[in-house]
Design a binder for this molecule. Structure first.
Ligand code: MTE
Ligand code: HPA
Ligand code: MOS
Length: 752
């Protein structure tokens, strides 16, 4: 029995791209990066770098045989900067050496004749200067302008949402191996093998069929390797192609933090109108997204912000506009939630302000406006089987938030130092790539003569357990125990044109394709089994490695069936394609059905502020989450818990700081504080019961990103605790709610 991926990870045996042995003659690469946020340059000075012992070659833009362009959605991203750099950390030369140390020393000695230019770092300033990735986009429903005057209360304000670093355990990495026929085999730590394949082909000038991208597993991606693994794979590929030797590139943590993009910070203005009963009548927002220096995935992320502007609520009149603003920071990129959490934060902040205005608890407002069946979202979709209220109700029944509220009030009344607070957060998250064409997948399944099964899909395993889920689907479909099935590494040679493993769709799309491939194989095997058993084909069932008749009278082992099928020259392999049915989206009207279904949930987050020290902590998170019929409960719980903690970190301790020149200050785990075991809260995760989901594979639901949104509750819980200390002060909506911010808010007159 082959150990599964999880077992390999737990035992420390799993190999990541960076663990692959460098073949004989292998070289190491490192990048020389821009010290300036914006500058022109003419000449790159490489003499000193070339003289560095161990350095084999220094490559610049001029050495690129094909296109110097690795942009995915837009063509605004060179592999190596040419004549101009647009952020600190942008690579402009590649040094290849006998050792990683020599390559780094060489990279330090590359220089250029920089001519500094003015730089922009703030999204609103970039917007004012007209520096946009694309024209702003607006999603609208109803007629907000006509209802403001009818509102009982209208609140308006501004929100600032900070960035976040992915802190995947494994830094970016690639190993490129030249093939004897001039092709390239690139081991890349990417979520998007086909995007990398296309870019490597473009940079080297090779056709895509000469470039294999292979991914064993990632030590985490979280969106950070959806688009930004491409750079490293192309650099390694360029060097391997030029030098005809294997080349590895692997930035260390600090380099990775400085060079790669992060979650998009957003600045936003909002206006929310409610009636006297607390029903939302109108909502308007303008979102300024800080895209950084290139498009990357920013426009797709912006679109998902728009899709999630109303979150899990029904608002009859909505107008939300969003602008992707070009600044001189490393290009911001996908990060779990893909723009949705930022948009949800804006609305949740607006809800807190409306609750203050109406002197109601935010929970009352939230509950009153939760989405129901028949409601329309701001992109015209009426979701099916809406479970926003079911999850909220289950949370109330199970965790009794009103009792917690009373306990907290009683506690705060007599505890001047430790103040407690709480927040509830509902979730409604659309599942599917917002770019409809990406909602397809393919799977290749082989049954070998001994009955063992091998499956390749486009799904990249990054710790989210997608390979195990696919294994569960295949086991179910073929009636086998999981130990008979092996899910292979992801390779563009075995499965082509794969969509990124992203948008939480990995198991949905690839699992369904695997299901279809196995059904094809089963359809070929069933008549063989029927003839062996001497029964009609309809009465043959596959379960637990046995093929039996409906009455269980006769049975046949899987192995003997496979052997016989082979002897009868019946195919034991299948390639299946799956495209999510029923999707469409009109980009002119911004309406349609972009998602296969939605994921729902609700969470209660409780925290404490120490008024004396000015620190905060999140004590407990209770969740009711809709996983459909879970493919693997342990995995889904792990995904929910991990996402919650990641969201809490973003909201509380993770503070990305740059200096005035655009240099990253928070560039190590000493200056950038992520959650750890001590700061993680107690967690209770309940999976919603009786939750089928026909559009999902075997009735399951995607899980990866949506629960990150519960983490937003950390901000509002701490704010709630702080408001009990200073009810007079109008709250500020600026993440993260770090201890530094809590202290300065509580003690505005103290020097920090
Ligand atoms: N979980 C782990 N352990 N590591 C990761 O990198 N990425 C998240 C989520 N959960 C991630 C993770 C993100 S951003 C996405 S989109 C999904 O997993 C991708 O995998 P899936 O589509 O198979 O859920
Ligand atoms: N989510 C994640 N990644 C993506 C998407 C999306 O909706 N669209 C394109 N890449
Ligand atoms: Mo996830 S941000 O879609 O990789």
């Amino acid at each position: 029995m082959t150990p599964d991926s999880q077992a390999l990870l737990a035992r420390g045996l799993a190999q990541f791209t960076g663990d692959l042995p460098l073949p004989a003659g292998g070289l190491h690469a490192a990048v020389a990066v821009s010290p300036l946020a914006h500058a022109a340059f003419g000449r790159v000075e490489t003499t000193a770098a070339c003289a560095e012992p161990g350095v084999v070659a220094v490559l610049t833009a001029a050495d690129i045989p094909g296109l110097n362009d690795i942009g995915n959605l837009f063509h605004d991203e060179p592999l190596l900067a040419d004549k101009v750099v647009v952020c600190v950390g942008q690579p402009y030369a590649l040094v290849i050496a006998e050792s990683a140390e020599a390559a780094r020393r060489g990279a330090q000695r590359v220089s250029a004749d920089w001519e500094p230019r003015p730089a922009l770092f703030d999204a609103r300033e970039a917007f004012a200067a007209g520096a946009l990735i694309q024209p702003p986009r607006t999603f609208a429903l109803g007629r907000p302008d006509e209802v403001w005057s009818r509102c009982h209360a209208v609140v308006a304000g501004r929100v600032e949402i900070g960035s976040a670093e992915h802190v995947y355990l494994e830094t970016q990495c690639a190993l490129a191996l030249p093939r004897d026929d001039g092709g390239l085999h690139v081991h890349s730590a990417t979520q998007s093998p086909s995007v990398v394949q296309k870019a490597v082909a473009a940079v080297t000038g090779l056709p895509m069929h000469r470039v294999e991208i292979e991914v064993a597993r990632l030590g985490g991606g979280f969106g950070g390797k959806e688009d930004q693994a491409t750079l490293w794979a192309c650099l390694a590929a360029l060097a391997a192609w030029k030098l005809k030797r294997p080349v590895r590139i692997r930035p260390d943590r600090r380099e990775d933090m400085r060079i790669t993009g992060k979650r998009h910070p957003y600045s936003a203005d909002y206006r929310l109108g409610v009636d006297a009963d607390g029903r939302f009548l109108a909502y308007e927002a303008f979102l300024y997204q800080n895209a950084g220096c290139s498009a990357d995935l920013s426009t797709a992320i912006l679109e998902r912000s728009l899709f999630h502007a109303a979150s899990a609520y029904f608002i009859p009149n909505v107008r939300v506009t969003a602008a992707s603003c070009r600044t001189n920071l490393p290009s911001n990129t996908a990060f779990r939630g893909f723009g949705a959490p930022q948009a949800v934060f804006v609305l949740e902040a607006a809800i807190r302000e409306a609750a203050r205005a109406l002197q109601l608890s935010p929970h009352v407002l939230q509950q009153r406006n939760l989405l129901r069946d028949g409601d329309t979202l701001p992109y015209g979709m009426q979701p099916d089987r809406v479970r926003a209220r079911a999850c909220w109700q289950a949370l109330e029944n199970r965790f009794r938030p009103e009792e917690h509220r009373r306990d907290i009030e009683a506690w705060n009344a007599v505890n001047p130092r430790y103040r407690r607070g709480m927040a509830l957060i509902p979730v409604c998250f659309g599942i599917g790539f917002t770019a409809t064409l990406l909602n397809q997948a393919e799977a290749l399944a082989h049954v070998y003569a001994d009955g063992s099964v091998s499956v390749t899909t486009g799904a990249v395993e990054m710790g989210q357990g997608v390979h195990d889920k696919i294994r569960a689907v295949v086991a179910h479909t073929l009636g086998l125990t999981r130990d008979r099935i092996h899910v292979e590494t992801t390779s563009t040679l075995r499965v082509a044109n794969v969509s990124p493993t992203a948008a939480s769709t990995g198991a949905d799309l690839n699992g369904e394709a695997a299901h279809q491939a196995c059904l094809t194989i089963r359809r070929g095997l069933a008549p063989v089994a029927a003839s062996m058993l001497g029964v009609p084909v309809e009465s043959v069932t596959f379960a637990e490695n046995w093929i039996s008749t409906a009455d269980q009278e006769l049975a046949l082992s899987w192995e003997s069936l496979v052997a016989e099928a082979y002897a009868r020259r019946v195919s034991l392999s299948a390639l299946a394609h799956y495209a999510t049915p029923g999707l469409s989206f009109n980009h002119a009207s911004n309406t349609g059905k972009p998602f296969a279904y939605h994921v729902y949930g609700a969470a209660l987050i409780e925290g404490t502020v120490d008024a004396l020290r000015g620190t905060g902590r999140i004590d407990r998170v209770s969740v009711v989450h809709d996983c459909g019929q879970s493919l693997d409960e342990q995995t889904d719980r792990g995904q929910i818990e991990g996402a919650v903690v990641q969201g809490i970190g973003w909201m509380t301790s993770e503070d990305i700081r740059h200096d005035a020149q655009g240099r990253l200050l928070s560039d190590s785990l000493a200056s950038y504080k992520i959650p750890d075991l001590r700061s993680a809260p107690e967690m209770d995760v309940v999976l919603l019961e009786d939750a089928d989901n026909p559009p999902g594979v075997l009735n399951s639901k995607a899980v990866g990103e949506p629960p990150l949104i519960y983490g937003l509750g950390a901000y509002f819980a701490l704010l709630d605790a702080m408001s009990s200390l200073r009810p007079d002060v109008r709250p500020e909506y600026r993440t993260p709610m770090s201890s530094e911010r809590i202290f300065t808010w509580l003690y505005p007159d103290e020097p920090v």
